[in-house]
Every structure is written in structure tokens, then in C-alpha cells.
Design a protein around this ligand. Structure first.
Ligand code: SF4
Length: 263
């Protein structure tokens, strides 16, 4: 299988290099009105940097690369299950190994379990996930003729499919506007002050109210990229970020830290 090689150069650029001059500055995103005012500018800025073509197949996440390889909702579903509690790089590696041998539900349902375990070993919980892949493949064959359903409700009824996985299949597999919300999207949204939520599920619901629908397809890809590049879980690279003037986390936490005392 020929996987598309991608340049990482663009990912290393900082948000400040491309900030839209019209980005509103100077106010915290403490209200829905403020969040709506800023979200358009934030997403426009991130899209210019990380996804200038607005085509998800040009993205850098494992799912975007899988879709670029072949538009196939089954692959998206399987890779999303593999991605649970796993780094993107490992998801991509395991997916590539798996799909080289098994890329249809029929084949996966009948595969030798130990062979699946071996192929997906790069991901966390590989033994449980191998069994889950077989289970979901069998359900697809029994209930859906081997096809991946394309409604949120039908997807949620599949084993191992929660809100994030269902939304990933809809966005990356079918191009339906939804907002898959993982820990990166949850963290970035809360730090910026676009939402004030405790769980990714609540963030998803809130984002769908404040983000214009035309951006839903892209929020996951853009926030994951930004969350890995600058707004990292630990020690975010705020000095290189263009959003400090209105970022809730920066204003309320980072900027208030006292500089270390001189001795
Ligand atoms: S926490 Fe720092 S890196 Fe993240 S959005 Fe705010 S200013 Fe940018």
C-alpha cells in the first residue's frame, strides 16, 4: 500500500505567522456572543495554516491520511476504534499493517484473532481491540449487509462506537458536518474560552451551538493539529501563539503566573 508522504514543515509553523489581521483582540471569550465573534477568525486562521485547501484529504491526522488513501467509511470506523487511547502515529502504523491484509468486514470477521492482535500491536489495548474489530465487523455483516451505516443513531448502536467514533465516521467517512470531539478538541476549546465544559461530550454539544456549520467538518482536524503543535497538553507554547490576547487560559492562568524571584 502506497501511503502518501507528507511534509511536516507546515505543521511546524506557528499560528502567529499567519494570523488574520482582522482577528478580534483584547476581550476574553466569556460569553457566547464573544465566542461566536472570535471563532470564525480563529478557524479561518488555523485553516490557512493547517488546511489551506479545506480538503480533509490534505490533512495530517491519521484519519485524514486514511481517507486520502481511499474514501472508505469502513477503514475510518476501524481506524477510529484503533485510535482510542492511542497516539496518532501508532494508529496510522497499525491501520496500515491491518488494511494491507484485512480491509473488508468479511475478511476481518473471519480472520484469525491472533493474526489481528499481531497486526495491530502498535496501538494500546491491542488484544481487546482485536476482539472489538471482529465484533463490529460481524455486526456490520449481520445488520447492515457489510456496509457502515451513515446515521449517528445507527452508528451509536454498533459495538465500540461512542459519540466521537460515530462523528469521525460521519466526518471523515461520509463528509457529513459533525464535530468529533476528542481530548485535544476539548482542551483547546476550553482553553480558548469557546466553551466551559467538563467532558468532551459536553464540548461537542456546546461547539455545535457556537461554531458556524460551515466549519464543523474542519474543527476536529484543525484543533487536533493546533493542539499538538502549539496548544499542547503540558506546557503550551503560548509565546508563539497568536491568540494570547483573548485566550481564556492565557489571561487567567499563564499571564498571572509570577515570574521567578531573583536571588
Ligand atoms: S493556551 Fe496558549 S497556546 Fe493554547 S490557545 Fe491559549 S495562548 Fe494559545
Amino acid at each position: 500500500m502506497q501511503w502518501i508522504a507528507r511534509s511536516r514543515t507546515q505543521a511546524r509553523r506557528t499560528a502567529s505567522s499567519s494570523l488574520d489581521p482582522s482577528t478580534p483582540r483584547g476581550r476574553p471569550l466569556s460569553t457566547s456572543a464573544n465566542a461566536r465573534e472570535h471563532i470564525e477568525a480563529i478557524l479561518r486562521d488555523l485553516a490557512r495554516q493547517y488546511l489551506p485547501s479545506k480538503d480533509l484529504r490534505e490533512g495530517e491526522t491519521a484519519l485524514a491520511k486514511i481517507v486520502a488513501e481511499r474514501d472508505d467509511p469502513f477503514r475510518v470506523l476501524i481506524s477510529t476504534i484503533l485510535s482510542q487511547r492511542t497516539r496518532d502515529e501508532m494508529t496510522e502504523k497499525a491501520s496500515r499493517q491491518l488494511f494491507a491484509k484485512y480491509d473488508r468486514p468479511e475478511a476481518m470477521a473471519e480472520a484469525d484473532l491472533e493474526d489481528l492482535v499481531r497486526l495491530i500491536r502498535p496501538v494500546g489495548f491491542y488484544r481487546q481491540k482485536a476482539a472489538q474489530l471482529q465484533r463490529v465487523s460481524r455486526v456490520l455483516l449481520q445488520r447492515h449487509g457489510g456496509l457502515v451505516p451513515r446515521t449517528y443513531e445507527e452508528l451509536l448502536a454498533l459495538p465500540q462506537v461512542g459519540p466521537k467514533t460515530a462523528n469521525c465516521v460521519l466526518v471523515y467517512g461520509y463528509g457529513e458536518p459533525r464535530i468529533p470531539t476528542d481530548t485535544h478538541v476539548h482542551r483547546v476549546s476550553n482553553r480558548l474560552g469557546l466553551v466551559r465544559t467538563k467532558t468532551p461530550e459536553a464540548t461537542e454539544q456546546r461547539l455545535m451551538r457556537v461554531v458556524p456549520k460551515k466549519w464543523w467538518l474542519h474543527v476536529n482536524e484543525l484543533f487536533i493539529r493546533f493542539g499538538k503543535d502549539l496548544c499542547r497538553p503540558i506546557r503550551p507554547r503560548c509565546p508563539s501563539c497568536a491568540f494570547t490576547s483573548f485566550c481564556h487560559h492565557y489571561r487567567t492562568v499563564v499571564a498571572r503566573r509570577r515570574p521567578p524571584r531573583r536571588r
